[in-house]
Design a protein. Structure first.
Length: 257
């Protein structure tokens, strides 16, 4: 086989793989959509039965129904994460200038926080701007911030910080917390789908959020990495690539609390 034949064979094989990947993504989206309705029905029925069990003071039945409802909600969340993961691979980001500080404050107001713990000390650097796909950056920050909220719930004084700097024309954004943390040697595993480094009973989740975050930054031509220490918090750093240069006023060193 000469060089031209080899190049044609490689090109043909690449096209076949790309088509297969598109078909697989389309199939995954279709399955996820189809699963949402029956999962919603299971959750709704469990809620109705749980209300009746509570009215009739049936603690054992309540406990079982609560377990069923929790499992149905976990499945629903996983299906939604799978849909978002699939969309992130199919949609090319349209780059906009984004007020990242304002986005973080909006997410801070919208994301659920534990009602039985101390308030979170939020420190969001002002005047942060990045360039990227607005919807995808929203998903990225939502996953990173909700992750930080989840793992600081047992901290005495929960703290979440978001900061950014421009390095050689590329944005570097940092999301840091003082939560449960993890062994730094396991950092790379965090971005693999369904990998959990913490007790699933203590910290609920689908195991897909950081996989989605990684895919989003890579779609922007960037990178993401994690650092942590058990019991001493976690630090996530990401870049949106050369098109996403972080911008901030030179004097912006104070953080909003």
């Amino acid at each position: 086989m000469n060089v031209e034949d080899l190049e044609r064979a490689v090109s043909r094989r690449t096209a076949e793989l790309e088509r297969a990947n598109r078909d697989l993504d389309a199939f995954a989206r279709e399955i996820a959509h189809e699963l949402r309705t029956p999962i919603g029905q299971v959750a709704a029925i469990a809620e109705l039965l749980l209300e009746k069990a509570r009215l009739h003071s049936q603690p054992d039945l309540c406990r079982w129904l609560e377990m069923q409802l929790q499992a149905a909600c976990s499945m629903r969340d996983m299906v939604q994460d799978l849909l978002e993961l699939s969309r992130s691979s199919m949609t090319a980001p349209a780059f906009d200038s984004i007020d990242l500080a304002a986005m973080c404050h909006e997410l801070r107001r919208e994301l659920p926080v534990p009602s039985d713990g101390p308030p979170i000390d939020w420190r969001i650097q002002p005047q942060m701007r990045v360039c990227g796909g607005r919807a995808q950056v929203w998903l990225l920050m939502r996953n990173l911030l909700s992750n930080a909220i989840k793992y600081t719930r047992h901290a005495e004084r929960p703290l979440i910080e978001v900061s950014a700097r421009s390095v050689s024309g590329c944005s570097e954004v940092v999301v840091e917390d003082n939560g449960d943390g993890f062994d730094d040697a396991d950092a790379s595993r965090l971005f693999q789908p369904f990998v959990r480094l913490h007790d699933a009973e203590r910290f609920q989740g689908t195991g897909l959020g950081l996989s989605l975050a990684k895919r989003i930054v890579e779609r922007h031509g960037g990178w993401i990495r994690a650092h942590g220490r058990k019991g001493r918090g976690a630090r996530f750093e990401f870049s949106l690539g050369g098109t996403g240069a972080a911008q901030m006023a030179p004097s912006s060193v104070a953080l909003h609390r």
